[in-house]
Design a binder for this molecule. Structure first.
Ligand code: MN
Length: 135
């Protein structure tokens, strides 16, 4: 077994996140392909735009957040919601302005990578003033 206290919590790097985000790996599959992390976003925090080579499933465990796929409208998610992003679909996820949000993130490594990172989510995109494909 793996004790919670033995799994280091790290801060989401500024290149890939806006605001305060903590990440705690939960486990990797035996072949290291499946990876599960507990990701916690303070209010206002979010990922940059990114894709996952084998897709990603989010299980919202606390709070209220926003998720958005490129070219689509932002969607509000709550504790208990499960979200799937298909392989290669550009998207972001994070907290809302007024609430923190935590999710478990399930990804699968392809050639050792679980994500391809892109530009930050600007404030107009984050606040839902523009669709993802409108700068
Ligand atoms: Mn993602």
């Amino acid at each position: 077994m793996s004790r919670d206290a033995d799994r280091e919590i790290t801060e989401g790097p500024a290149d890939n996140f806006t605001g305060t985000v903590s990440i705690q790996p939960q486990y990797s599959g035996d072949d290291n392909a499946e990876r599960v992390s507990d990701v916690r976003f303070e209010a206002g925090a979010r990922t940059a735009w990114h894709t996952h080579p084998a897709g990603q499933r989010l299980i919202v465990t606390d709070g209220t957040g926003w998720v958005q796929e490129w070219g689509k409208n932002r969607i509000t998610v709550h504790e208990g919601d499960v979200v799937w992003f298909a392989p290669g679909v550009k998207h972001w996820h994070g907290a809302t302005v007024g609430s923190a949000m935590a999710h478990l993130a399930v990804t699968y490594a392809v050639d050792g990578a679980t994500a391809d990172w892109m530009e930050h989510v600007n404030n107009d995109q984050y606040l839902g003033r523009k669709q993802g494909d409108q700068a």
